[in-house]
Design a protein around this ligand. Structure first.
Ligand code: GDP
Ligand code: MG
Length: 441
């Protein structure tokens, strides 16, 4: 464990050019990761093709080794494909905005209807739900329960009204919404277990009756390989303007996200993450990219860090720790620079094992903050870096001035450093050598 930790702090070996062999080797790994994440095969092929093109054309990085560099490109490319910054709901110029939900039975449409209603209401909208799934006996009731929970009106065919015609119900609901001055109408529709013509025709009929601003295709993230076929059927049968992935609280690696994006070309708007109305969030492409690649895997980082660790540096640091030598600001700076080179701080942190104690301090570090800390240490004299005890008020003021920060920032850094120093001592302790002492191999 200590070895691993020290690995993370290591310097990256800034070597390497992106040769075809490097790219191919990493692309093979990526291909496996994507298939494991249940991305459909044609989508994997297309992605790998794009990846290779981009990797070949990319400038060689000083800080990353070839495999890391390819993985970085993969990550960026995945985020871009999954939607970059993402897109918001499209609202109609004149109210009401009509949102129609479509998808297979059990995909999570009705649940999503309740979630969306609650979410939109919390933002000050006046949403209304429409029960246009008259297929299953309980479907209307399910929506009414959810609407009740969300505190939102549910438009449903009245009991004496027979089974009713879902297309008629949908059409009438829009008039009703206008009379009630609702600004958003969410239309829940029926689904079948498999794709069939009758169901598609009904969905298309509802679409024509309500003229939706958004047709949201809801898909269960667990479906995996089937995502492509289902998405194609809805794309062609109803037309899709946006996607919601449901059941992301499960253990699916999220390959469906990539497949659906590939097939529909439409943005993923939201993620549904549980049965409760609150289990819902806007979609975050970066999180999904990490999930698909399994980048949260501690192992990945350890491998990267170990591969990247400069052996000399490692020896030096270990000797220091084992010898009980003092961990200085100079070492701290080395570590900061090394960690910084591994990529955006948040990503690096999210992969670090056993960093519980430091996480709170570090999580507030954004990249800019990181650079500021580096500037502060660089503004110190070697003597000050070795022995921060001599840093009195006037020295601190001089350093703050030199680094272009406030004295408060310098103080904060010195406190943080004292904590890190303590931790390094503990790490020495974990190796069975509290406070230094004899070296053991
Ligand atoms: P519909 O047939 O498309 O309307 O699907 P439903 O909304 O009725 O959902 C089918 C089942 O999946 C229900 O039991 C829901 O409680 C459940 N469900 C829906 N969304 C989620 C989700 O994001 N996570 C989990 N764990 N369950 C969900
Ligand atoms: Mg339903």
């Amino acid at each position: 464990m200590s070895d691993r930790l020290s690995g993370i702090f290591g310097k990256l070996r800034g070597k390497g050019k992106l040769t075809d062999a490097d790219i191919d080797a990493t692309a093979r790994e990526i291909r496996l990761a994507l298939l494991e994440a249940d991305v459909a095969l044609p989508v994997v092929k297309a992605f790998i093709h794009t990846l290779k093109e981009r990797a070949r054309g990319s400038a060689v990085s000083e800080a990353l080794n070839p495999a890391q560099q390819v993985i970085k490109i993969v990550h960026e490319e995945l985020i871009a494909i999954l939607g970059g910054e993402g897109r918001r709901l499209q609202f109609a110029k004149t109210a009401p905005t009509v949102i129609m939900l479509a998808g297979l039975q059990g995909a999570g449409k009705t649940t999503l209807a309740g979630k969306l209603a609650r979410w939109l209401k919390a933002q000050g909208h006046q949403p209304m739900l429409v029960a246009a799934d008259l297929q299953r006996p309980n479907a209307v009731n399910q929506l009414q329960v959810l609407g009740g929970r969300a505190g939102v009106e549910v438009y449903a065919p009245s009991p004496g009204n027979g089974v009713g015609d879902p297309i008629q119900v949908a059409r009438d609901s829009i008039e009703h919404a206008k009379r009630q001055a609702r600004d958003i109408v969410i239309v829940d529709t029926a689904g079948r277990l498999g794709i069939d013509q009758e169901m598609m025709a009904q969905a298309a009929g509802i679409r024509d009756a309500v003229d939706p601003d958004e047709v949201i295709f809801v898909i269960d993230a667990m479906v995996g390989q089937d995502a492509v076929r289902t998405a194609e059927a809805f794309r062609d049968g109803v037309g899709i303007t946006g996607v919601v992935l449901s059941k992301l609280d499960g253990d699916a690696r999220g390959g469906a996200a990539l497949s659906v994006r590939h097939v529909t070309g439409q943005p993923i708007l939201f993620a549904s993450t549980g049965e409760k109305l609150e289990d819902f969030d806007v979609f975050h492409p970066d999180r999904m990219a990490s999930r698909i690649l399994g980048m949260g895997d501690v192992l990945t980082l350890i491998e990267q860090a170990e591969a990247a660790f400069d052996e000399d540096q490692k020896e030096k640091m270990t000797a220091k720790l084992l010898g009980g030598e003092q961990f200085t600001l100079e070492d701290f700076l080395d570590q900061l620079v090394a960690v910084r080179r591994m990529g955006p701080i948040a990503n690096v942190l999210s992969m670090m094992p056993g960093m519980g104690q430091m996480k709170d301090q570090l999580s507030e570090l954004d990249d800019k903050h990181f650079d500021r800390v580096t500037a502060i240490i660089r503004s110190m004299t070697p003597a000050e870096r070795t022995n921060p005890k001599i840093l009195n008020g006037s020295r601190r003021a001089r350093i703050a001035n030199g680094a272009g920060v406030q004295v408060m920032d310098v103080n904060q850094l010195l406190n943080r450093f004292a904590d890190a120093q303590k931790m390094m001592k503990q790490m020495g302790g974990m190796m069975g050598l509290p406070g230094g002492g004899n070296r053991r191999k």
